[in-house]
Design a protein around this ligand. Structure first.
Ligand SMILES: Cc1cc2nc3c(=O)[nH]c(=O)nc-3n(C[C@H](O)[C@H](O)[C@H](O)COP(=O)(O)O)c2cc1C
Length: 202
């Protein structure tokens, strides 16, 4: 079974989380992670004018853009986004809004889904972002999967992460490294959504 990890990342934090989610997926025999990014909406001229934006873009240049067939072929799908004013990024939402054809045919119904998020600050909206992103995913027919408290890192995290999904606090300059608890929660979601997806497919 394929597990699609589709994400948007400006500075690279969500991209790094996507790789950790993939690590969790790989722990489930018979499930293969497929990493895909969505198109940016920031004009190239703006990206070219800023070193931080160029660094974030270049880090991910080898990740293919997601296609409708990637969504069709996956039994489990992860959505990763930075928080934008307490909500999902326009870039990821733009991609979700292009799933109308699959929605009309019910092609995403019954697939397992998980959400992961990065914020600048600790209380900047990780949970609101995940919970509001659940709304369109329910419309599309996904079976939403979170992270239960058997993942010990949920008790100890001083950064991000909640039962709703992994979170990372990137800091005001976006440079804070993903810490061990945040990593463990990313890996836990990867494994759990892959396991549930496999069961649903059977
Ligand atoms: C327009 C904009 C809005 C943002 N809104 C929030 C916010 O509401 N809360 C927060 O903690 N961080 C906010 N941030 C910071 C981003 O969430 C942070 O840069 C991001 O998590 C880094 O992820 P990335 O490296 O994958 O791009 C915002 C950043 C931008 C550019």
């Amino acid at each position: 079974m394929k597990a699609l990890i589709v994400y948007y990342s400006t500075y690279g934090n969500v991209y790094q989380m996507a790789n950790l989610v993939a690590e969790g997926v790989r722990q489930v025999p018979g499930v293969e992670p497929v990493l895909r990014r969505v198109r940016d909406l920031v004009p190239d001229s703006v990206i070219e004018s800023r070193e931080d934006l160029k660094r974030g873009r270049d880090m991910q240049k080898d990740v293919p853009f997601v296609t409708k067939d990637d969504f069709r072929q996956a039994g489990a799908i992860f959505f990763g986004t930075p928080t934008r004013f307490g909500n999902v990024s326009a870039q990821l939402k733009n991609q979700i809004d292009q799933l109308t054809e699959l929605w009309l045919k019910g092609e995403l119904e019954g697939k397992a889904a998980g959400i992961f998020v990065s914020t600048g600050s600790l209380h900047g909206g990780q949970e609101t972002t995940i919970l509001t992103l659940m709304v369109p995913l329910i419309h599309l027919g996904f079976i939403l999967v979170g992270v239960p408290y058997s993942t010990q890192a949920l008790f100890t995290t001083k950064g991000g992460g909640s039962p709703y999904g992994p979170g990372h606090v990137a800091g005001p300059d976006g440079q804070r490294a993903i810490d061990d608890d945040e990593k463990a929660i990313c890996i836990a979601l990867g494994k759990r959504v892959a396991e549930v997806g496999l069961k649903l497919q059977r």
